[in-house]
Design a protein around this ligand. Structure first.
Ligand code: ADP
Ligand code: ADP
Length: 212
């Protein structure tokens, strides 16, 4: 099964992606996670992505398309299937992805679109915390980890107020045409994102279980 998960920053893509790949055995490809890993390892890719990410802007398409293509071409993808999270984020990326999939002889089965009003997202992003060791995402109020401590959890640089506003603006403007692109292909499944994490997953699970 080959899937995309879409939604504005804070909609719950990463949270649901972790559950989906666990249940269905897919390879999780998160462009945001790939960029953050590159920054942590101070690679050339990390250096070029950092200035965009810190401001809440998108990393240029040539860079992003390149890392996605490289990852999708690896052996495990054909065997296990993939879940792309945080990509595509521009119409250009969506069109490039169609070409990459064609070249690799892969087919997209569904687009999971998590819907939530943008005024709910600021509180989601401002409370987001990540476990330093496992990389797992939690929320200070909505999904607190049992073992919370200041040392073991951190906040993303781009979850601070200045970048959050910019990210929402950028993603609202760029996101709609992408959903329309996939709607025209009949692939989009809308999921209500403003409900408990487990209920969101139940709704996604129902859709995906019917696909198989
Ligand atoms: P969120 O989970 O909050 O939606 P991500 O982790 O997906 O955020 O992305 C964080 C940042 O990484 C984005 O603001 C952007 O700078 C960069 N990024 C991630 N995916 C893409 C992409 N497909 N195209 C361009 N930039 C991206
Ligand atoms: P995205 O990857 O779309 O940016 P995340 O999965 O990182 O979103 O979720 C953003 C924040 O909101 C995290 O702190 C997460 O724990 C929390 N969160 C995710 N889903 C829900 C939900 N259904 N209800 C409340 N909080 C949620």
């Amino acid at each position: 099964m080959n899937l995309l998960i879409m939604g504005l920053p804070g909609a719950g893509k990463g949270t649901q992606a972790a559950k989906i790949v666990e249940k269905f055995g897919l390879v999780h490809i998160s462009t945001g996670d790939m960029f953050r890993a590159a920054i942590a390892n101070q690679t050339e890719l990390g250096l070029s992505a950092k200035s965009y990410m810190d401001k809440g802007d998108l990393v240029p398409d040539e860079v992003t398309n390149g890392i996605v293509k490289e990852r999708l071409a690896q052996e495990d993808i054909k065997e296990k299937g993939f879940l792309l999270d945080g990509y595509p984020r521009t119409l250009d990326q969506a069109e490039v992805l169609t070409a990459i999939l064609k070249e690799l002889e892969l087919q997209l089965d569904a687009v999971v679109n998590i819907e939530i009003a943008s005024d709910k997202l600021v509180e989601r992003l401002s409370g987001r915390i990540i476990n330093r060791k496992t990389g797992e995402t939690f929320h200070k109020v909505f999904n607190p980890p049992a073992d919370y401590s200041e040392e073991d959890y951190y906040q993303r640089e781009d979850d601070k107020p200045e970048a959050v506003k910019r990210r929402l603006d950028v993603n609202i403007a760029q996101g709609q045409p992408i959903i329309e692109y996939y709607r025209a292909k009949g692939l989009v499944h809308d999921i209500e994102g403003d409900q408990d994490i487990d209920l969101v997953f139940e709704a996604i699970d129902k859709v995906l279980s019917n696909l198989k």
